[in-house]
Design a protein around this ligand. Sequence first.
Ligand SMILES: *[C@@H]1O[C@H](CO)[C@@H](O)[C@H](O)[C@H]1NC(C)=O
Ligand SMILES: *[C@@H]1O[C@H](CO)[C@@H](O)[C@H](O)[C@H]1NC(C)=O
Length: 338
Amino acid sequence: MLLSLHLFFLMLYLRLGHTSLPLVINTWPFKSATAAAWHALQSGGSVLDAVEKGCARCEMDQCDGTVGFGGSPDETGETTLDAMIMNGNSMEVGAVADLRRIKNAIGVARAVMERTEHTMLVGESASVFAENMGFAAEDLTTNESLNVFSQWLKGNCQPNYRKNVSPDPSTSCGPYGPKAAQTQCNGERQVNIHSHDTIGMIAMDTDGHMAAGTSTNGLSHKVPGRVGDSPIIGAGAYADSSAGAAAATGDGDIMMRFLPSYLAVELMRNGADPSAACKSAISRIKRHYSDFFGAIICANTTGHYGAACNKVPSLTEFHYMVADSESDTAVLKSVPCF
Ligand SMILES: *[C@@H]1O[C@H](CO)[C@@H](O)[C@H](O)[C@H]1NC(C)=O
Ligand SMILES: *[C@@H]1O[C@H](CO)[C@@H](O)[C@H](O)[C@H]1NC(C)=O
């Protein structure tokens, strides 16, 4: 009996080739999120539970004001949320985008996965779905987000994300019409650590089951209806337990054009080391947008992990969190950007 147990663990060890599983890894120094995910795993939860609980923690804590309610008001002052969750064993995904009035976006994403045959719901209809599934409808506006909004109005609606439009000439705010003759950029694009980040999380258990997820309130002063990379499968995150998992953060309008999380997972499938896979995904974007703001975390099937980021003045070093069986707690890691 004892011998067979030993054999069992030896085989498990050989199969996984690594002893520090389970593993939780997430973007940015969002320690409470890592701790919540780690706690979920330690109390017998699945990797999906870990990703959901971890991201939900950030939604309640309003991590840096960039996840959850009360942050990143759009052009009308409203906060809207994007989230996704992916099961790397079954390849099921649930995602929500432009979600209004519901604080627990990652919970709604999981409900889309588990209570519909669909993959993504958006906008007002996603909110109605969530309410029907028992999620509380609440105002996502706070004094802080109102303040950000009114400062922006006072500053003639700058920066903003419009281009080739003619605004109201007296304020340079909306309503915006199409510009007739000469095209000219009206808005001043300013994406940096303060206007955008996201929680992206990967969890992996001792059986090698992987899950990934994201949650964000997007970009301050975005055009209403704007959806970033976070809820887009393969862009914001991707998980395939037979290859690896990745999650990205940064300027989603740019990053989603390259499916960086999918790319990193495919590179790991072909044997790339996690750090190298992360770097290649960033390099692919750099080739077209050398000064984009963004970073990515990657983990392979043996629980080895890495991260990479594009070096810009506002991001020279990227911080992320890791918890595994060696640390048994959330540990801050960093990688220099290149
Ligand atoms: C928000 O502002 C209102 C009015 O200025 C004030 O009455 C209220 O207490 C504030 N709420 C919080 C949470 O600070
Ligand atoms: C995962 O990455 C580590 C570190 O590069 C490597 O030693 C290991 O072989 C990789 N695992 C797989 C399954 O590729």
